[in-house]
Design a protein around this ligand. Structure first.
Ligand code: ADP
Length: 483
């Protein structure tokens, strides 16, 4: 890989204070999804290494928590700066293992780093409370303390930002973290661990364990020293980790699947709605948990919106993310491609029409054409399951109550979007949508300052913002008597 600083690409895991190099005879291969080439190997580790990392984390966490908030903040600030200074290299590593276009990958590094910056700032504002007492001689003190050792499991779709959104608040609060990154994208995680060391983070505070998800996950969930598990991934795996964590009563942060509705009302600015739909649907080639999965368009503007969207989607260039001008990369792997094909075939068999794309891309591999489907209905698989690919299905609706019923008719509740101008309608619909997040007249809602998270099967807890920091603290009530 052509990097300015080749030492950022490290084929090793970080277990406590020790780097373990990959032995190609017993290692996990990492592929470039655009070319199928092997880009490197990481060690195949398991329960023993995870346990060792947790033990080291517990020891180092005490020293970290004892520092002043300002000292912790300074380390995080330096880490943030190093990510920005190395954003081109981090972007190249990310594109090589994940596939998203280089500009988008570099954008993710800047976005991911923003969580470290934000929580470096928030680290100094973890305030407690002094509550009026219930008796004359008593005072009630509420302290916020770090929860302790945190285990994190992250997905491949944002190999940098899904880590920083957890690590930023964890370290700011005074916690330690043992991370298992996704097997498809470990090098982005390892690169930021290299930078954490350079930023002066104490050795052993942050471990990155690569290897068997099942074994590492089982140790993380059963080990009583781990006080919180933070996970981003599928609802299925999230539910399994929830079950596994029951015996040790861990705190859980779960960012799970979504099935985002994107609603275009008659009074919407259609050009703005098309632009928003492109971002909400096609960012990361449709592989984000906040991607619009169902696009509902009101009868009066259905034809006009479909035409405009199909024309805009037709202009999106698909290809290897390392090449200039590419907007959409490959899908992550063959199962992802198979799911997209199944959803399109199911929709067509039940009466939908292709108005753009609709097939595997001529480039082969895991490339799929940017696609728009019209006449989609609630009976089709795309209405119920996340497609996680570049397919925009257009549903038709009559009125507000009709679309709210359809939009909420899902077990998920992460992101939702709608375009409308009428102020009363904006409030009514924002309040009626059963989702953790609502984008009004925008397709892009994620930012370090805002609470990200879902309801229903989309998860527990919030990440980012001051609320996200509270998830890594415990409340301690101190009753002061004899005053
Ligand atoms: P995705 O569909 O995004 O790949 P997954 O839920 O399968 O979602 O994966 C998210 C993360 O969870 C990855 O790091 C993956 O390795 C990990 N994972 C998958 N299965 C398990 C498991 N049984 N225990 C612990 N971690 C798991």
């Amino acid at each position: 890989m052509n990097l300015k600083d080749p030492s950022l690409f490290r084929q090793a895991a970080l277990v406590g204070e020790t780097w373990i190099e990959a032995d190609p005879k017993n290692a996990i291969e990492v592929n470039n999804p655009a070319t199928g080439e092997i880009i490197g190997h990481v060690p195949k580790l398991g329960a023993a290494e995870t346990k060792a990392a947790i033990e080291t984390a517990a020891r180092v966490q005490k020293e970290w928590a004892a520092r002043t908030a300002k000292e912790r903040s300074a380390v995080l600030r330096r880490w943030f700066e190093l990510m920005i200074e190395n954003k081109d290299d981090l972007g190249r590593i990310l594109t090589s293992e994940q596939g998203k276009p280089l500009a988008e990958a570099t954008g993710e590094i800047v976005y991911g780093a923003s969580f470290i910056e934000w929580f470096a700032e928030e680290a100094r504002r973890i305030y407690g409370d002094l509550v009026p007492g219930h008796q004359k001689d008593k005072r009630i003190l509420v302290m916020k303390q770090p929860i302790g050792v945190v285990a994190a499991i992250t997905p491949w779709n944002f190999p940098n930002a899904m880590i920083t959104r957890k690590a930023g608040p964890a370290f700011a609060a005074g916690c330690a973290m043992v991370l298992k990154p996704a097997a498809q994208t470990p090098f982005s995680a390892i690169a930021i661990a290299v930078l954490a060391e350079r930023a002066g983070m104490p050795k052993g505070l942050f471990s990155v364990i690569t290897g068997s998800a099942r074994e590492i996950g089982a140790e993380m969930t059963s080990n009583p020293t781990v006080r919180k598990l933070t996970f981003t991934g599928s609802t299925e795996v999230g539910a399994e980790l929830y079950r596994q964590s029951a015996a040790t009563i861990k705190k859980l942060g779960l960012e799970l699947g979504g099935n985002a509705p994107f609603i275009v009302f008659d009074d919407a600015d259609l050009d703005a709605a098309v632009e928003g739909a492109l971002i909400a649907k096609f960012r990361n080639n449709g592989q984000t948990c906040v991607c619009a999965n169902r696009i509902y368009v009101q009868e009066g503007v259905y034809d006009a919106f479909s035409r405009k969207l199909a024309a805009a989607v037709g202009k999106l260039t698909t290809g290897n993310g390392m090449e200039d001008g590419v907007i959409l990369g490959p899908l992550i792997d063959q199962p992802a491609l198979a799911k997209v094909e199944e959803h399109v075939a199911d929709a067509l068999a039940k009466g939908a029409r292709v108005i753009e794309g609709g097939r595997r891309h001529a480039l082969g591999g895991t490339f799929y054409e940017a696609t728009v489907l019209a006449d989609v209905t609630q009976e089709m698989a795309v209405a119920r399951e996340e497609t996680f690919g570049p397919v925009a299905p257009l549903f038709r609706f009559r009125d507000e109550s009709d679309v709210i019923q359809q939009a909420n008719d899902t077990e998920f509740g992460l992101a939702s979007y709608f375009y409308a101008k009428d102020l009363a309608r904006v409030f009514r619909v924002a309040e009626a949508l059963e989702y953790g997040m609502v984008g009004v007249n925008t397709g892009l809602i994620s930012t370090a300052e805002a609470p990200f998270g879902g309801v229903k099967l989309s998860g527990l807890g919030r990440e980012g913002s001051r609320y996200g920091l509270e998830e890594f603290t415990e409340i301690k009530y101190v009753c002061l008597g004899g005053i």
